[in-house]
Design a protein around this ligand. Structure first.
Ligand code: AMP
Length: 395
């Protein structure tokens, strides 16, 4: 099945056209600077990337740009829109309503609107993308695949905060978790690699945004992001867990508003804020190797927080069969994986330094006989969305 995957961000739109039978990507691209000046970065098969200036005042024009390029006589890969069998939309927040991907009907579209409040930067643009596809590619089935859905299996003890219960009753303030498509994709693959009945897996999705998920027998039972993607690990520019009393203390000291403090917690904190160097782990490793103390501390704090969460989730599941690293840092940062695993010998992890040092794709980085198997498994959110879309359509 030929699935067009659409991922609308706040000022960008990523797309891929994927054949789910062969898992081949025939074209992919990124519309960026939407609402500013507009630019399309486009790649057909594995040809060179093309950068094309295109005006895109909103995400609706960006969808038109995607359609034009896919059907272009020279650069395109399809001769008619009929060759698109289905469209899979990544949707940031499905609230409590959506615990799995949903076939988009008018009713579902209206229900998605109700989740806008929970993700004001992302959900409204996801809906614009859906509406534009409905208009420009009519009669093509569409599926919404949610970042939050996989975590809807979390029990109350994991998703409720220690706050007055009326906040949950009135405003649905609870932990939702994110990166669900990636956690599911990677944990499903780890289950295939393990020959264990009811496997207990901890997935470490470590990228610019990072989260950890405890997956017990295919179900998310806890995850580190919460009501928003700010909670949990120390990230590129996000603080992760902090004592909330710090907010009022800083507000008073620096005469700042709540929204200014939120900006600091989201955009100026994390390893970038700690180090004053960069949010990029390659820059941090380089600086640390050159003796930059703050860069070294930032990396130490990052690994330590990951290790603490792993310990917490091993306790939550009363054991762990496998720990998996994925995303930009998880797949590539050799020293970070080594540092994290150095905290885990008590769990029975026997780390394989040599396997960890080799670059490559999917592999085991624990030694034969390690009680807990440690894997690197590349995530592929677009393929996961395409597969989930195909599965809903074929039901
Ligand atoms: P993502 O958000 O999944 O694209 O991951 C982005 C993060 O991965 C950035 O912090 C990058 O520095 C990091 N990253 C990518 N490649 C490497 C590498 N070879 N070594 C260390 N970090 C890397």
């Amino acid at each position: 099945m030929n699935v067009l995957v659409i991922n609308c961000g706040s000022s960008s739109l990523k797309f891929q056209l994927i054949d789910t039978e062969t898992e081949q990507v025939s074209a992919k691209g990124l519309c960026e600077r939407i609402g500013i000046d507009g630019q399309l970065i486009y790649q057909k098969n594995s040809n060179e990337k093309e950068v094309i200036a295109q005006e895109m005042p909103t995400h609706a024009e960006a969808i038109q740009v995607v359609i034009n390029i896919l059907t272009d006589k020279d650069l395109g890969v399809i001769s008619s829109l009929d060759e698109i069998d289905a469209i899979g939309h990544r949707v940031a927040h499905g609230g409590e309503k959506f615990s799995k991907p949903a076939f988009i009907t008018e009713e579902v579209f209206n229900e998605l609107g109700a989740c806008n409040e929970l993700a004001p930067l992302h959900n409204p643009v996801n809906l614009i993308g859906i509406k534009a596809c409905d208009e420009f590619i009519p009669n093509t089935p569409m599926v919404a695949v949610f970042d939050t859905a996989f975590h809807q299996s979390m029990p109350e003890r994991a998703y409720l905060y220690g706050l007055p219960s009326r906040y949950y009753d009135q405003y649905k303030i609870r932990r939702y978790g994110f990166h669900g498509t990636s956690h599911k994709f990677v944990s499903d693959r780890a289950s295939e690699l393990l020959s264990v009945h009811n496997p207990k897996i901890i997935v470490c999705h470590l990228g610019n945004g990072s989260s950890i998920c405890a997956v017990n027998n295919g179900k998310s039972v806890d995850t580190s992001m919460g009501f928003t993607p700010l909670e949990g690990l120390v990230m590129g520019t996000r603080s992760g867990d902090v004592d909330p009393a710090i907010l009022s203390y800083i507000a008073e000291k620096e005469n700042m508003s709540i929204s200014e403090i939120m900006e600091v917690l989201n955009k100026k904190s994390g390893v970038a804020g700690i180090s004053d160097v960069s949010s990029d782990f390659r820059d941090l490793e380089e600086a640390a190797n050159l003796g930059n103390r703050k860069a070294k501390i930032a990396l130490d704090i990052f690994s330590y927080r990951v290790a603490k969460y792993i310990g917490g989730y091993a306790a939550a599941m009363n054991g762990v069969d496998s720990i998996v690293f994925t995303a930009g840092i998880g797949e590539n940062a050799i020293t970070i994986r080594k540092e994290i695993c150095s905290y885990l010998t008590y769990l029975g992890v026997v780390f394989d330094q040599e396997a960890n040092n080799t670059r490559g794709s999917e592999r085991e980085i624990s030694k034969k006989g390690s009680k807990v198997k440690v894997f690197v498994i590349p995530t592929n959110e677009e393929l996961a969305i395409a597969n989930e879309t195909a599965a809903v359509i074929q039901l």
